[in-house]
Write a protein that binds this ligand. Structure first.
Ligand code: NAI
Length: 332
């Protein structure tokens, strides 16, 4: 059996890094059949919108997607293609692991964190209005339903993956209703999983203590905006956006993607590091239960990083996309 996956090559370095990933997955014998779909610049040219219905329909049909980075056209009143994707497909789980890999410049040793970001609410609902000419109200939405489903997903993930403790991060002292409800709901769900340690922490205290000692934390669960910010902080702890994968998961579909952007400064030059998209694709393999293939790819990645010879410049090497990709394929 083969999994049919919607592939969105994306903009800038997107086609280079997704292309490299497809080559490596094929070499590893991953049972995947790709169906390419447009989004971003290509979709703007063809359909006049960055996230066309044809692409959403393909993901709904296949239930799995791998996505390269997308540029969002400036002006013109378009929603960000990434936000549109999450909202249209109700991909409520933002899953962002951050782990120290070998020889990554600037990484703290031994970091192994998993962050869950609620993807659908908060300030991202985009509800703002001017009350007077100099006063704007921006609404932060927060429902018990959203808090419950992300909490439950996180606890189930922890149970399945053997993670030991989780912290709910909030600012309930300032937003006792919205953040307070998120925290209360988290605690209610936590009570159903007595074998997993749980706690909570203010998002400000977290920002202080996380860089001082990342090993104090294991799994973090946050509302949308805090999750957006803290997940980048976590990426910083392990060497930056070039090495962290991501997934957006809903009840009916899951889309895996790197967190970095289109890197227009190096696009088309063969310099892009494919690791973040490759690790995202590996998360997809684990998600569907293809553990053995995922493990093989992971071991090959670690070997190549440890040898360091063929890695790209952002990882301190002299290689390009092609040499890095070939080195991983050779290790496989
Ligand atoms: P960026 O992540 O594209 O680039 C920041 C820096 O990191 C650049 O110096 C770039 O060369 C480097 N970089 C990023 N990915 C790399 C890789 N795989 N290998 C080697 N170097 C890499 O962020 P920036 O410049 O803020 O955004 C550029 C465009 O990307 C914008 O249009 C933005 O809207 C879009 N973007 C898209 C995202 C997505 O689709 N998920 C996420 C973030 C930005």
């Amino acid at each position: 059996m083969k999994y049919r996956v919607t592939l969105i090559p994306g903009d800038g370095i997107g086609p280079e890094v997704t292309g490299a990933t497809c080559q490596i997955l094929a070499a590893a014998g991953a049972p995947i059949e790709w169906e390419e779909a447009p989004a971003g610049g290509v979709a703007m040219e063809q359909y006049g919108v960055p996230m066309p219905e044809v692409t959403l329909a393909a993901i709904r049909r296949n239930r799995l997607g791998l996505k390269g980075p997308l540029m969002t056209p400036k002006g013109g009143g378009f929603r960000s293609a990434n936000v549109a994707l999450r909202q249209e497909l109700d991909l409520f789980v933002g899953l962002r692991p951050a782990r120290t890999l070998p020889n990554v410049p600037g990484a703290f040793p031994g970091v192994d964190l998993v962050l869950f970001r609620e993807n659908t609410e908060d300030l991202y609902a985009g509800i703002e209005h001017a009350v007077t000419p100099d006063t704007v109200v921006s609404l932060k939405t927060s429902t018990v339903r959203a808090a419950e489903r992300i909490s439950r997903w996180a606890f189930e993930y922890m149970r399945y993956r053997g993670r030991r403790s989780v912290h709910c991060c909030h600012k309930a002292a300032v937003n006792p209703l919205g953040d307070g409800a998120f925290l209360d709901t988290f605690r209610k769900v936590a009570a159903e999983y007595p074998f997993i340690q749980n706690g909570d922490i203010g998002v400000d205290s977290l920002s202080l203590t996380l860089p001082l000692d990342p090993s104090r934390y294991d799994v973090l669960i946050l509302q949308n905006l805090y999750g957006d910010i803290i997940s980048d902080l976590c990426a910083g702890l392990v060497g930056g956006l070039g090495v962290v994968p991501g997934a957006n998961i809903g009840g009916h579909a899951a889309v895996f993607e790197a967190v970095h952007g289109t890197a227009p400064d190096i696009a088309g030059k063969g310099l892009a590091n494919p690791l973040a998209v490759l690790l995202s694709a590996n998360m997809m393999l684990e998600y569907v239960g293809e553990w053995k293939v995922a493990e093989r790819i992971e071991r090959a990645i670690w070997d190549v990083l440890e040898a360091r010879t063929h890695v790209t410049r952002d990882l301190g090497g002299t290689g390009g996309t092609e040499t890095f990709t070939q080195a991983i394929i050779d290790r496989l």
